[in-house]
Design a protein around this ligand. Structure first.
Ligand SMILES: [Zn+2]
Length: 75
């Protein structure tokens, strides 16, 4: 069914974007920021979506590329 694609809301501008065109990003939310050692335990991840223009604007593509390069070489 074309045109019946699920829409996601851009976390930045609130625009509705087809999921296939949206850019998913994971935002880490840290609780109890004072304990740095145990910080990871309180990390929560929320998946957010951005429309293409916001993703570009926020440099998510660049970040994802950099992440891929980093993980790719290390692991
Ligand atoms: Zn947007």
């Amino acid at each position: 069914m074309r045109g019946k694609e699920a829409l996601v809301t851009c976390d930045n501008c609130g625009r509705k974007t087809p999921r296939s065109k949206a850019v998913a990003d994971e935002r880490s939310i840290r609780f109890g920021a004072e304990q740095k050692e145990e910080g990871a335990r309180y990390m929560s991840r929320r998946k957010v979506y951005y429309c293409i223009s916001c993703a570009k604007h926020k440099g998510i593509f660049e970040r994802k590329k950099a992440q891929a390069a980093r993980f790719g070489s290390r692991y």
